[in-house]
Design a protein around this ligand. Structure first.
Ligand code: NAP
Length: 238
């Protein structure tokens, strides 16, 4: 069987590794300059919308599509749903579970990134752990200081008062707590991505409040939240 995995996540890589008896093609958007090594074929770059993805499924003879993209990558997931309507192909979404609050958490949940930028208090020292591509809403916040962490150097515009750390997870809770303390962070801004929760655990430990961005809605369709369930679903197709 030939499967296309829409990737860019830890789960997508784990699924590609788990599918030893399937011909796997992993698709990456090309956002990171040095993606981690993956088994099977890797193709990089956009397809040209849902129509382009449907054409790719057809020309490559793809028999199943697993959308294992990040829960905040809403456009590609919508495109995948539309592509399999245009070129009928079994599609599964592999989506890691959301984080839920634990005792001691001080979360303010906001609907999107602009709302997160509004939620940072005046004069705050905020840790922006939301990636590098959606920082523009913070650019006008000259009344606060920001520690920006991303895998690649951040896109401009950026807020005037900031420091940048480039780093790739997974992170350890101890190191996250040390980072919060070193920069005297008084609010953490994060997306509810799920998965590695070291920064949230560190904030909980230090009593640091969190502005947490809610996930965008997912398209309709079959969905699992673990790699093992995705493997079982693929086995069920054969
Ligand atoms: P997005 O806004 O949903 O997608 C924008 C466009 O990028 C899509 O329309 C598509 O272009 C292209 N694209 C996205 N993912 C692709 C993939 N896996 N393979 C080929 N083309 C892809 O996506 P995004 O939020 O920028 O995320 C891009 C990638 O980074 C995804 O693979 C995602 O899993 C990963 N990622 C995202 C986040 C996040 O917070 N958003 C975090 C970690 C990893 P065309 O329309 O031309 O096909």
């Amino acid at each position: 069987m030939r499967a296309l995995i829409l990737g860019g996540t830890t789960e997508a890589a784990a699924l590609a590794r788990a599918l030893t008896d399937v011909e796997v093609v992993t698709s990456l958007a090309g956002r990171t300059s040095r993606p981690a090594a993956l088994p099977g074929r890797v193709r990089i770059g956009g397809f040209g919308g849902a129509q382009g993805l449907a054409e790719y499924l057809e020309t490559e003879g793809i028999e199943t599509l697993i959308d294992a993209t990040h829960p905040f990558a809403a456009r590609i997931s919508a495109n995948a749903a539309e592509a399999v309507r245009l070129r009928p192909t079994p599609r599964l979404m592999l989506v890691r579970p959301e984080w839920t609050p634990q005792p001691g958490d001080r979360w303010t949940t906001v609907p999107d990134i602009p709302a997160a930028a509004d939620a940072v208090p005046k004069g705050a020292r905020a840790f922006l752990a939301i990636g590098r591509q959606e920082l523009a809403p913070f650019a006008g916040r000259a009344d606060a200081w920001f520690l920006i962490r991303s895998v690649e150097p951040p896109d401009r515009p950026l807020p005037p008062n900031h420091a940048v750390v480039t780093a790739r997870g997974p992170f350890r809770v101890e190191d996250e707590a040390a980072l919060l303390a070193e920069h005297r962070i008084d609010v953490l801004v994060a997306k509810n991505s799920g998965g590695d929760d070291a920064k949230l655990a560190a904030a909980r430990r230090l009593g640091v409040p969190v502005v947490l961005v809610k996930r965008p809605p997912l398209p309709e369709g079959e969905r699992v939240d673990t790699v093992a369930e995705a493997v079982a679903w693929l086995d069920g197709l054969r």
